[in-house]
Design a protein around this ligand. Structure first.
Ligand code: SF4
Length: 432
């Protein structure tokens, strides 16, 4: 998961990237056009730390990065003398596109440049390469003439919104700068020159979409819309359905802030158990799931405080949006009990994550997933909780209400076949 943006000026891209910061905190970068040349500024860390100096005028693209392949130190946009690109996703067959590349962003850049070197124009070269790419990509490409290509993969895994000529991964980022938005459909490629859309087409023959259900569960800001569905509203529904599927005898419902809040509202409404704030998040710690290993564990230890008066002597139902490695939840149950919670019932507003994602999310090996090979009872024992209950896959589909969702990390059934060779390649480049 990453965030991308494009705008008529680098200054506006900077602002959009800050609005997309939750999608990646490992690195950030901007490329803009200055006197017919592409210029780059970027580095590790948050947008405000990574991007210090840039010329505010001139068309630009930008990126916030949460690494899925290529290691932590790599920064997008990637660029050469002719073009720059920033993308959100994971191209599984990148070696097929460009065998000399060591990661997918570089492969796309090299392959598109190679096609341009053969005489194709920017639009045709981009379209030809993207049509061969297998996996997820929402992408912006800028050339030194200031022309912009915008595209979303044929499965539509990742979001991408536009208020021409402003582009952002999430609708909320465009609203932050006072824009309207419409979502760019899957399998669409557009070329923008100045303030005109000059070319537009399908990338390849239509495929059955596979919108990432994790975008609804965790990634996107509650204000955002994905496929016309508001993220907060879908999460409230996840909580409501969870309360019906996995009821709990409790005195108080508390969310794991912040991403569990919407689902906790839904759980409380459906169960009639009062909602309260029992966990307080240190806002300056960042999102532990999108941090490198090592950093992640340290953050999990210091991330939450407990409001003792809310939980003391109570049967607490703690609601989180999802569990990947389980490090944070174990710590939360311990914290709640240390502050006098009589019982802790863990409720998760998504199904157990039991399979790797090869489409852009960082949980590539089964062994890292706490729910892999474990039942809800096993997890209750592991976390010292009185009970654990997850939402079903059907419940998740119903809550989101969008046809053609990808649920591969829950079901193990992928939207397309993935060969062992491709998996080995992903694993070998993963966080190299
Ligand atoms: S496997 Fe899971 S995280 Fe990956 S694209 Fe599908 S739903 Fe999203």
């Amino acid at each position: 998961m990453c965030g991308i943006a494009a705008a008529p000026t680098a200054e506006e891209v900077f602002v959009l990237l800050e609005s997309l910061q939750h999608r990646g905190q490992e690195s950030a970068g901007i490329v803009w056009v200055e006197n017919g040349e592409l210029k780059f500024e970027g580095g590790l860390g948050l947008v405000k730390d990574a991007i210090k100096k840039f010329v505010p005028k001139g068309p630009a693209i930008g990126h916030v990065r949460y690494s899925t392949s290529g290691g932590y130190s790599r920064i997008q946009p990637v660029y050469n003398k002719r073009i720059a690109l920033a993308f959100n996703g994971n191209v599984i067959n990148f070696k097929f596109l460009e065998h000399n590349s060591s990661w997918d962003a570089e492969a796309l850049l090299m392959a598109i440049t190679n096609e341009m070197n053969k005489g194709k124009d920017l639009f045709e070269a981009s379209k030809e390469v993207l049509a061969k790419a297998k996996g997820s990509y929402s992408i912006v490409i800028l050339d030194k003439k200031g022309r912009l290509i915008v595209a979303r993969d044929p499965w539509g895994f990742r979001p991408l919104a536009l208020d021409f000529p402003y582009i952002a991964s999430e609708t909320a980022a465009l609203e932050d700068i006072g824009k309207n938005w419409k979502e760019i459909p899957e399998n669409k490629i557009i070329m923008i020159e100045g303030d005109t859309i000059t070319k537009e087409s399908e990338i390849t023959e239509p495929k059955t979409p596979a919108y990432c259900s994790f975008e609804y569960v965790y990634f996107e800001r509650p204000e955002s819309y994905f496929n016309g569905v508001n993220i907060h509203v879908s999460r409230v529904r996840m909580g409501r359905i969870l309360a019906k599927e996995k009821p709990a005898e409790g005195d108080v419902v508390i969310p794991v802030p912040d991403s569990g809040r919407s689902a906790a509202i839904g759980f409380s409404r459906a169960s009639k158990i009062p909602l309260d704030e029992g966990l307080v998040k240190n806002r300056y710690m960042g999102r532990s799931f999108i941090m490198p290993p090592g950093v992640r564990e340290k953050i999990a230890m210091r991330k939450y405080g407990v409001v003792k008066d809310v939980v003391h002597g109570k049967r607490v139902v703690v609601v989180d949006d999802s569990i990947i490695r389980g490090t944070t939840m174990k710590r939360i149950v311990k914290l709640l009990k240390s502050k006098g919670a009589k019982e802790v019932h863990v409720r998760i507003a998504s199904p157990p994550v039991r399979a790797p994602c090869y489409m852009g999310i960082d949980f590539p090996s089964k062994e890292e997933l706490v729910a892999f090979g474990r039942s809800e009872e096993d997890l209750a024992r592991l976390w010292d909780a009185e009970s654990v209950g997850y939402l079903s896959i059907e419940g998740l589909r119903k809550a989101i209400g969008v046809r053609h969702l990808c649920v591969a990390c829950f079901s193990g059934i992928y939207p397309f076949p993935i060969t062992k060779e491709e998996i080995d390649q992903i694993l070998s480049t993963h966080r190299d």
